[in-house]
Design a protein. Structure first.
Length: 279
């Protein structure tokens, strides 16, 4: 865990280092270009001027702490990287990174547990920024039953569990579609987060061999396809789910900002009936 978590736990920031205007300017320019936003457009969003944005990016003007945060907000910079921008400008990090097992996170953990349990018998789980499973309910545990121990050893990783050839992949009837959806999801996150760890995970799971699961013979007319379903074999039947992902609004902690709750909504009456009978 970072020292930032301890320093910020009582509302006190870590000591800033000697940042420079040119350093933070280069970082801000990189984020602006990555987001494909012009200096004029960013200036209009931030109630500033293109001239001032140019001066900040070239190091001719040092931005205030609040202006750094304002630009980061309009460029959708992840919370973790907002701390990096502040440090580059010579300011203290604003956002702590508190371990989930810290007593200050008791209410968060209790709320997540209540949400997961309340969703049963349908599957739900919580993952972090690199898809490591933070918590899961019994619906998820049932789907993972029988997988090899090396995939179930902590930390469990949701992408490995789904896409590994010894994981759930052989059971997924529409594997190629679902795999394409997951890889595209990771690509979008990599573009937003600049995460080396996420990039490494992507390269690992994208390289897994993909067996042909055969044609999915489900009757297309049974349910409307308002979203791509996950169709997975389980105990001699095919269960169908629609995935929904939720995050926290305006997170003030790096740990919380990187959590996501995924719920699997039954996509047909047969799946609902089966899971309710199991529950």
């Amino acid at each position: 865990m970072t020292t930032l978590a301890a320093d910020r736990r009582n509302g006190k920031g870590a000591a800033p280092r000697a940042g420079t205007a040119s350093e933070v300017g280069a970082l801000l320019r990189g984020w602006r270009e990555e987001r494909r936003v012009s200096q004029l457009e960013l200036a209009l969003r931030a109630d500033s001027s293109a001239r001032h944005i140019s001066f900040v990016e070239t190091g001719r003007s040092k931005p205030s702490e609040e202006f750094v945060l304002k630009l980061a907000e309009h460029l959708d910079v992840p919370v973790r990287d907002r701390n990096a921008l502040l440090l580059a400008a010579g300011y203290a990090p604003r956002f702590p990174q508190t371990p989930l097992d810290d007593p200050s996170m008791d209410a968060l953990r209790a709320g997540l547990d209540q949400l997961l349990q309340g969703y049963e018998p349908f599957p739900a789980l919580v993952v972090d920024a690199t898809y490591d499973v933070v918590a899961a309910n019994r619906g998820i545990a049932a789907l993972l039953d029988g997988l090899p121990g090396h995939l179930l050893a902590p930390p469990l990783n949701a992408m490995r569990l789904v896409l590994h050839p010894e994981g759930l992949a052989p059971k997924i009837r529409n594997l190629r579609e679902w795999r394409g959806h997951l890889l595209h999801q990771m690509e979008r996150q990599i573009a937003l987060q600049r995460s080396g760890a996420l990039r490494a995970l992507y390269e690992e799971v994208a390289a897994y061999p993909v067996a042909d699961p055969g044609e999915d013979t489900a009757a297309d007319g049974q349910v409307p396809h308002f979203a791509l379903p996950l169709r997975i074999e389980h105990e001699g039947r095919v269960l169908s789910f629609i995935s929904s992902i939720s995050t926290f609004n305006t997170p003030m902690d790096v740990t919380v900002a990187e959590l996501a709750v995924e719920t699997l909504l039954p996509a047909d009456p047969a799946t609902v009936k089966y899971l309710q009978n199991q529950g």
